[in-house]
Write a protein that binds this ligand. Structure first.
Ligand SMILES: NC(=O)c1ccc[n+]([C@@H]2O[C@H](COP(=O)([O-])OP(=O)(O)OC[C@H]3O[C@@H](n4cnc5c(N)ncnc54)[C@H](OP(=O)(O)O)[C@@H]3O)[C@@H](O)[C@H]2O)c1
Length: 180
């Protein structure tokens, strides 16, 4: 059974339940990106991200949002952590994009709309959410791409439950066993 976390901004009554799922693609050194962009082109992994997250919510940091360069993640509820106004927000269908400087408010916004929040990067947000994640979907891309930003160390409470070859990458599923 997947452990679910409860969130409430006031620490009182809990209103929603949501599963926290991390999703990332890394190279052989656990690299995430180089000079602000993802340095590989693996269509199979992009398709995996889309199919996994479709109809659910995604949580990302402001720099990852900017790396989308105006691309809208259609069919997903997108919460962006930032202390400033987002550029390019008007392209998103009304009500599908939310920006907040507060993590709990962002998680509540997601929980009101979806069963799962997919933590979608970047490095800062993976670090922020690792201890609260129920599971991790990791796409391993073969090779060293000279990345300068890295995925955090996976804590010992995560167990590797699945590792299988996919189209252009190796897919791993890790489960947080700490509250199983
Ligand atoms: N390989 C992959 O799967 C993958 C996935 C996603 C992203 N990436 C890459 O990751 C890179 C970006 O990662 P990054 O670590 O530099 O940045 P990031 O995590 O995307 O965003 C960092 C920003 O998020 C906001 N933030 C962080 N913690 C916060 C908190 N506790 N409360 C409120 N706001 C908070 C801040 O925005 P403000 O400064 O606006 O306040 C901060 O500058 C990009 O190059 C992207 O291509 C790779």
């Amino acid at each position: 059974m997947i452990c679910k976390r409860l969130f409430s901004s006031d620490g009182g009554e809990v209103q929603s339940v949501i599963r926290v799922s991390m999703i990332a693609a890394v190279d052989s050194r656990m690299g995430l990106s180089a000079q602000g962009r993802i340095p590989w082109d693996v269509p199979g992994d992009r398709a995996f991200f889309r199919s996994r997250t479709y109809g659910q919510s995604v949580l990302m940091g402001r720099r990852t949002f900017e790396s989308l360069a105006g691309r809208v993640l259609e069919g997903r509820w997108c919460a962006v952590l930032s202390h400033r106004a987002l550029e390019g927000a008007s392209r998103w269908p009304a009500g599908t994009l939310y920006s907040s400087p507060g993590l709990e408010a962002a998680l509540e916004w997601c929980a009101a709309r979806a069963d799962i929040v997919y933590v979608s990067g970047g490095s800062e947000i993976y670090r922020l959410m690792m201890a609260r994640a129920d599971e991790l979907w990791l796409s391993r891309i073969e090779g060293d791409f000279g990345c300068d930003l890295f995925f955090p160390e996976i804590p010992g409470c995560f167990a590797l439950e699945l590792s299988e070859p996919r189209d252009g990458f190796m897919l791993e599923y890790w489960k947080n066993m700490s509250e199983a």
